[in-house]
Design a protein around this ligand. Structure first.
Ligand code: GLU
Length: 488
C-alpha cells in the first residue's frame, strides 16, 4: 500500500431512496475510515440523467445523516477535490478521455446501435462470447469523414488489453479474470456523458481514494476499472468487495420482504443507532469482548464499532437480513433509552394526542409503563391510546374475553364504589388498594377481577400497569369508563 492517507468513499447513484445495501456499504466505509483516522467522502454519481433526481440526493443526505455517518467531504460540505457531483465534472472526464485517445488506449466508435446488435446476434448464433469486432479502430480518414457527414456521433471505446488479470481483494482474496473474454467497452457515450466504469475511475484517482469498499455486484466491473487505471499510469487502490445482503428466504432483499430504504425503517420507528448496530453485523463479526455479557455482546455503540471494526473480520459470503434480529435489537435500544430521550423520540408518533393534559412526569410514567413490549417507536401510538379521550371502544372480542361472565356486573359496580376512595396521586398506594379490592371480591378469582377492570378501563386484556392506568386516568374517567362498561 503506497497511499499515505486512508481515503474511502460512498458513491451512490440518486435514482432511488438510500437502500439498506448502500447504507451498509456506507457504514463499512465510514467505520474503516474512522478506525484508521482516514477520510470518508460522499460522491453523488448522477451521470444517469434520466434516472437521477434531486429528491433522491436529499434522501441520501438525510438518511446518512440520520445514521450519524457524517462525511468529511461531499457535495454540501465541499472539500479539496470537488465537485462531489459527477454531473458537475463532465469537463474532467472529457480531458481524461482525450488522454486515453492520445495514448491509443481508446478510440472513437461510429457503429450504430443496430450494427452492434447485429454483431451480438451473430455471436449468439455461433454460440460465441460476444466481443466487439473493433472495426472502428481501423477506420481510414475517409471513412470517418463519411460517417460524420452521415451525422453519426461517435462513442469513445476503451480497448481491452488481453491479459490474465489478478487482483488481491481484501475480502475475497485473489480474484482472476481472463480479459480475452471481455469486449472493448464504451467510456464516453455519444451524448458526451461518461459511463460508470470510466467516471468512477477518474473520480477515484482525482479524489485520491486508497480503498474501494463496495458490494460484490461490482466485482465484474473491477477488471475494466483496473485496466483504465493502468492505461492512465495511476496508482490502483485496494479493493474490498462485500457479500450481498439477502432476505431470510435467501433471495435478493426487495420490497416484498418489507422496507428496503433507510428512510422507511426510520419512519417506521427503528432507532438509527439500533439500525446502524444491526447493519454493522451484516457481514462483520466483532472480536470477542471479554468485558461484556454474552447475551448482549452484539449491542455496540458507534464508538465501539469504530474501535473494533476491521476488514479482516468481514465475511466474504452473503449476509442474511434477519428482521427478527433487527426487531429484537430495536426493542432493546428502546428499553434502554433514558425516559426523557425516549419521550423526545416518540413525539412524532404521539402527535394526535393532547399531551398537555398530563405533566411531563406523568407522561414519563406512562411511557415507562408501555415501553417494555415495543419493537418500533411507531407502536407507541396504539400502546398509549387508552390514556387519552374520555370513552374507549370495547370490541366484541374483548367483551367476550373479559366482560361476559355473569359476575362482571358485580365486579364493575363494586369497583365503581371502591374507586371513590382510591388515592389517585399515589401509584404504590393504588397497588395496595387493588389488593384490598381483590380480597373484598373473594371467592372470585383475582385474575377475573383484574381482567374485567382492565378491559373496562383500557379496552384491552393486557397493557400498562393498572396502578399507572388508574392514577393517570383519574377518578372522573375511571368512573365514566366503568359505568360505560356496566351498560355495554
Ligand atoms: N454508483 C455506484 C453504485 O451506486 C458506485 C459503485 C462503486 O462504489 O464503485 O453502485
Amino acid at each position: 500500500m503506497t497511499f499515505n492517507d486512508i481515503r474511502v468513499r460512498i458513491a451512490p447513484s440518486p435514482s432511488g431512496n438510500l437502500h439498506v445495501g448502500t447504507a451498509r456499504t456506507a457504514l463499512f466505509n465510514y467505520l474503516f475510515a474512522k478506525h484508521n483516522n482516514g477520510k470518508f467522502v460522499l460522491r453523488i454519481e448522477d451521470t444517469d440523467l434520466e434516472r437521477s433526481d434531486e429528491k433522491y440526493v436529499q434522501n441520501i443526505f438525510d438518511s446518512l445523516k440520520a445514521m450519524g455517518l457524517d462525511w468529511d467531504e461531499g457535495p454540501d460540505v465541499g472539500g479539496d477535490y470537488g465537485s462531489y457531483k459527477q454531473s458537475e465534472r463532465l469537463e474532467l472526464y472529457k480531458n481524461y478521455a482525450e488522454k486515453l485517445l492520445e495514448s491509443g488506449h481508446a478510440y472513437y466508435c461510429y457503429c450504430t446501435p443496430e450494427e452492434l446488435e447485429a454483431e451480438k446476434a451473430l455471436a449468439q448464433e455461433e454460440k460465441k462470447t460476444y466481443l466487439y469486432s473493433k472495426k472502428c479502430k481501423k477506420l481510414s480518414p475517409e471513412q470517418v469523414e463519411n460517417f460524420r457527414n452521415e451525422g453519426r456521433v461517435p462513442t469513445i471505446k476503451f480497448e481491452m488489453p488481453v491479459k490474465h488479470l489478478i487482483f488481491k481483494d481484501l475480502i475475497k482474496g485473489n480474484v482472476e479474470f481472463d480479459t480475452a473474454l471481455m469486449s472493448d467497452f464504451v467510456i464516453v457515450k455519444s451524448n458526451g456523458i461518461p459511463t460508470y466504469n470510466f467516471a468512477v475511475v477518474v473520480d477515484d484517482i482525482e479524489m485520491k481514494m486508497s480503498h474501494i469498499i463496495r458490494g460484490e455486484d461490482h466485482i465484474s466491473n473491477t477488471p475494466r476499472q483496473i485496466v483504465i487505471y493502468e492505461a492512465l499510469g495511476a496508482e490502483i487502490p485496494q479493493f474490498a468487495h462485500l457479500g450481498m445482503i439477502l432476505a431470510p428466504d435467501r433471495t435478493k432483499l426487495s420490497k416484498r420482504h418489507g422496507a428496503t430504504a433507510v428512510s422507511e425503517f426510520i419512519n417506521e420507528g427503528y432507532l438509527p443507532e439500533a439500525f446502524v448496530n444491526f447493519l454493522a453485523l451484516l457481514g462483520w463479526t466483532s472480536p470477542e469482548r471479554k468485558d461484556v455479557e454474552a447475551s448482549t455482546s452484539e449491542i455496540m455503540s458507534k464508538d465501539e464499532l469504530i474501535k473494533y471494526f476491521s476488514l479482516d473480520r468481514v465475511s466474504s459470503s452473503n449476509a442474511i437480513f434477519e428482521f427478527d434480529k433487527l426487531n429484537w435489537m430495536n426493542g432493546f435500544y428502546i428499553r434502554h433509552l433514558p425516559t426523557p430521550e425516549l419521550f423526545e423520540r416518540l413525539k412524532p408518533y404521539l402527535q394526535d394526542y393532547d399531551l398537555s393534559i398530563y405533566s411531563e412526569e406523568q407522561i414519563e410514567t406512562m411511557i415507562n409503563a408501555v415501553k417494555e413490549p415495543l419493537v418500533k417507536l411507531s407502536e407507541a401510538t396504539d400502546a398509549v391510546s387508552y390514556f387519552f379521550g374520555n370513552s374507549i371502544n370495547i370490541s366484541g372480542e374483548i367483551k367476550e374475553a373479559a366482560l361476559s361472565a355473569e359476575e362482571t356486573g358485580d365486579i364493575l359496580s363494586e369497583f365503581a364504589k371502591f374507586s371513590e376512595n382510591i388515592d389517585y396521586e399515589n401509584i404504590e398506594k393504588i397497588h395496595e388498594q387493588l389488593g384490598e379490592f381483590r380480597t373484598q371480591m373473594k371467592p372470585l378469582k383475582p385474575k377475573q377481577v383484574m381482567w374485567a377492570i382492565r378491559a373496562a378501563l383500557t379496552g384491552r386484556t393486557h397493557g400498562a400497569d393498572m396502578g399507572v392506568v388508574i392514577s393517570l386516568l383519574g377518578k372522573k374517567k375511571v368512573l365514566l369508563r366503568i359505568n360505560e362498561a356496566i351498560n355495554l
